[in-house]
Design a binder for this molecule. Structure first.
Ligand SMILES: Nc1nc2c(ncn2[C@@H]2O[C@H](COP(=O)(O)OP(=O)(O)OP(=O)(O)O)[C@@H](O)[C@H]2O)c(=O)[nH]1
Ligand SMILES: [Mg+2]
Length: 289
């Protein structure tokens, strides 16, 4: 009966091979060149507008900062990220759009809109985000979670053009707490996603905090695509929001580092490259139709 020989071997936390291929020694340089030399297909829509949304504390502001840091080659903190985590109140309240520059100081043709996190009580509401998708909300508009959108506000745009709209919707989800996100917030996010889908706006998920969920990856970020835990968390994100795994990009945001590093940069720039390409395709399709 039950000799120890018959017990199954402990499951390994790693696949034998990465399921997405990355050349860690070369891709950093290539990706930086690709994103900094990117030219939008339609010169009238410049910058391409990318919206970051997601639960409070997911790492939206940190993701923008990380993109900016990877582009600049040094740590930057233009969007204030929250360092004293307060669970029920979002840190970002204004709708702020950040243009980004390359290392020689010229503007790149894409910009990030960073908004308040979604939350049960406070935070941004789905109706606010729908207006944003449609280009009604100009930079600097302050959302009030207790009141509906004020169409008389000088920052409210009654007549938006394609250039004012959002061209790619990025849902930011934290790998470590994705299973615990309140159902109501997931519903709100799905509602925003459906609105974006009806408008034809492409959508991706950036999955943050990979270091918090897998010790293997915390120790060596290059294990990202061999870690079973990361794949499992990406599938969980996919199921929660109905976005295919192929449109999910795992990243480790710069959050305590003094310097950038090629491995973290590669994941951040790979996400950026895909986001920008999706946004550009959307604008070209809109013009064609
Ligand atoms: N370990 C780790 N921490 C992260 C990562 N990304 C963000 N953080 C931390 O998570 C906390 C929240 O990050 P923020 O960027 O402020 O999150 P946010 O989504 O902008 O939050 P709100 O604006 O309040 O909705 C901060 O303490 C960050 O340092 C990551 O990839 N790994
Ligand atoms: Mg923020």
């Amino acid at each position: 009966m039950g000799s120890s020989n018959s017990s199954p071997p402990a499951p390994t936390p790693e696949y034998d091979r990465p399921w997405r291929s990355i050349n860690w020694s070369e891709d950093g340089r290539k990706l930086l060149k690709t994103v900094t030399s990117f030219q939008p297909g339609n010169p009238e829509v410049n910058p391409l507008r990318i919206l970051l949304h997601g639960p409070v504390g997911a790492g939206k502001s940190s993701f923008f900062n990380s993109v900016n840091s990877a582009l600049q080659g040094k740590i930057t903190t233009r969007a204030l990220a929250n360092s004293t985590l307060n669970d029920d109140k979002t840190f970002t309240v204004q709708c702020k759009t950040y243009k980004v520059k390359n290392r020689t100081g010229s503007f790149l043709p894409f910009a990030f809109t960073d908004i308040a996190g979604m939350d049960k009580k406070f935070g941004i509401k789905t109706d606010d985000i729908k207006k944003l998708l449609n280009g009604h909300i100009n930079d600097g508009y302050t959302f009030n979670s207790a009141k509906p959108i004020n169409e008389e506000d000088p920052k409210y745009n009654n007549n938006p053009f394609l250039k004012d709209k959002i061209h790619c919707l990025v849902a930011v989800l934290p790998a470590n707490t994705v299973s615990m996100i309140n159902e109501e917030i997931i519903w709100q996010m799905r509602e925003v996603r459906e609105k974006a889908r009806d408008l034809g706006i492409p959508q991706v998920i950036v999955m943050t905090k990979v270091d918090e969920v897998c010790p293997l990856v915390k120790n060596n970020l290059q294990k990202i695509y061999t870690s079973k835990k990361i794949k499992q968390k990406m599938e969980e994100c996919s199921n929660k929001l109905g976005v295919p795994v192929s449109c999910i990009y795992p990243v480790q945001n710069y959050h305590e580092e003094n310097n950038t590093n090629t491995t973290a940069d590669i994941l951040i720039l790979d996400a950026l490259k895909n986001i920008v390409n999706f946004a550009n395709d959307y604008v070209e399709d809109q013009v064609d139709s």
